[in-house]
Design a protein around this ligand. Structure first.
Ligand code: MN3
Length: 250
């Protein structure tokens, strides 16, 4: 099954729940393939993108222990992230205005034209869906192949990259995210956004395709780590899914 069909199926499923499929589905389905052409990020069609519903986790809540505890994972996925997803769908239902809304990256690239509610919740949904993919109980510990080369070229060494990423994550004031992004010129950068913003949004200071993201909201770590954000960041490297990150670096 190709990506277009997958996308159509998932959108139908999602919009059906939102009881709006009957009114907008024909427009949206027609727009699904053509709208992707207008997206501004640098990925091609094989790069993973989230749907409008939550993807089941690829691991059990307790499988990331001791790095992330089961209670945090369960609350984070089934409460926090689920709320972003539900509120995103509610906002889309209210704000639906053009065909490009069929494809999440298109909405993100035009985020400044939508409400703060949609910005916060669509960002929250996209960021968490990406974050779950970035986590695994079976981390390889390091990237390989072309990504290793690119990290070395852009940061000097893998250790330099880790140090820079860690420092940005530690110094993010309040709630937000830290990213490794591929910019439009192909270079890699570490960046950070506040709240649930992300680098695909037109309002972001530094734009690019997020290859990996780390959630540094307190809800992501406070049950286990309390005020020790640095320890949470340090342990994140133990459960980072480099295979997924590499799959986005095309
Ligand atoms: Mn979170």
């Amino acid at each position: 099954m190709n990506k277009k069909k997958l996308h159509r199926r998932d959108f139908i499923s999602n919009t059906g729940k939102a009881a709006m499929a009957l009114t907008i589905a024909p427009i949206v389905l027609e727009a699904c393939s053509s709208s992707k052409k207008s997206t501004t990020h640098t990925s091609n069609t094989t790069v993973w993108e989230p749907n409008f519903n939550q993807t089941p986790l690829a691991f059990k809540y307790n499988e990331l222990e001791p790095n992330i505890d089961a209670a945090t994972m369960e609350i984070h996925y089934s409460k926090h992230a689920a709320a972003y997803c539900a509120n995103m769908n509610e906002a889309i239902k209210t704000e639906y205005k053009k065909a490009s809304m069929a494809y999440i990256p298109n909405i993100l690239s035009e985020m400044s034209t939508y409400s703060l509610k949609l910005r916060n919740n669509l960002g929250g949904h996209y960021n968490h869906e990406l974050f779950w993919q970035c986590l695994t109980p079976k981390s390889t510990g390091k990237p390989s192949g072309k990504l290793t080369e690119a990290i070395t070229n852009n940061f000097g060494s893998f250790e330099n990259f880790k140090t820079q990423f860690t420092e940005v994550a530690k110094s993010r004031f309040g709630s937000g995210w830290v990213w490794l992004i591929k910019t439009n010129d192909g270079s890699l950068k570490v960046s950070s956004t506040a709240n649930q913003d992300n680098p695909l949004m037109d309002i972001a200071d530094v734009r690019g395709l997020p290859l990996l993201g780390l959630d540094v909201w307190e809800h992501a770590y406070y049950l286990k780590y309390q005020n020790k954000r640095a320890e949470y960041i340090n342990n994140f490297w133990n459960i980072l899914n480099w295979n997924f990150v590499e799959s986005r670096f095309i």
